[in-house]
Design a binder for this molecule. Sequence first.
Ligand SMILES: NC(=O)c1ccc[n+]([C@@H]2O[C@H](COP(=O)([O-])OP(=O)(O)OC[C@H]3O[C@@H](n4cnc5c(N)ncnc54)[C@H](OP(=O)(O)O)[C@@H]3O)[C@@H](O)[C@H]2O)c1
Length: 264
Amino acid sequence: MNITQTYAKTHSEVTKLLTNRVILVTGASRSIGAATAKLLARHGAAVGINYYNSELAAHQVVDAIASEGGKALAVKGDVREIHQVETMVQQVTEAFGAIDTLVINANVLFRIAPFLEHSWEDFEAKLLGELKGAFYPCKAVVPSMIKQQKGCIIAVSSIASRYPNNGFSAHTTAKSGLDGFLKSLALELGPYGIRVNAIAPGLILTDALSSTSQEWKDNTAQMTPLRRNGMVEDVAGAILLMASEEAKFITGTYLPVNGGAQIL
Ligand SMILES: NC(=O)c1ccc[n+]([C@@H]2O[C@H](COP(=O)([O-])OP(=O)(O)OC[C@H]3O[C@@H](n4cnc5c(N)ncnc54)[C@H](OP(=O)(O)O)[C@@H]3O)[C@@H](O)[C@H]2O)c1
């Protein structure tokens, strides 16, 4: 049995952890976001599937969820644009009720290059894109979370925010900024019953890595204590744990999902 089959078997047998929850996942048309949306829906949540360019893929995620009896709605929007974010939050709220959980996942692309080959424009696009993609969705959902006196915000950071890699300076800097933002929100929003946590994947096999070499992936697997590359379902599982009520006293944390490849 391969790991995907193992996940599928497990999910058909588990108790639902997110009944009556309303969740928005940014960047949910593909990869980590799509796997997360499907898992959260399987656990009973109604899920807003945010997409930017991949409309067809987003509708396929919605269809996959509906085929299992779950609830989902595809909502288009660029997470770096406040008005588009507000519109998609409104669409999800009208369809399912107030959003109680936000998963900040959209992948703001960046150039992999040595520092001296970076222009400020490359850097700025990643830094601002990453931070806007967290700031605007939070800005749009936190008021109703405060009204409900509960909420959960989970952002997909990266192990690279604490463990730099050659060529990844834009990514590391942007994700470090994201971590700081999340810690600040955890502090300020805790009194309203809102939890804020970071999930920090290591190398995960997604579309984003399609141009990287198989040799690099194999070497990474060999150097990883759990001896394999990460799968999108590994990150989805960590997000589910953080979203569930079982994690109700956990906030302000940073959870690596990397098979132990970098032990902090
Ligand atoms: N893969 C890894 O090894 C890895 C490691 C550490 C951290 N992460 C983090 O995990 C998250 C997901 O990464 P991934 O590898 O799953 O990415 P991916 O395969 O590149 O998928 C990107 C997703 O983000 C969406 N997206 C991109 N720009 C957007 C925008 N401006 N507004 C709304 N949605 C946007 C895409 O939507 P459309 O296709 O609809 O445009 C797509 O659904 C990212 O935050 C990434 O930094 C990934």
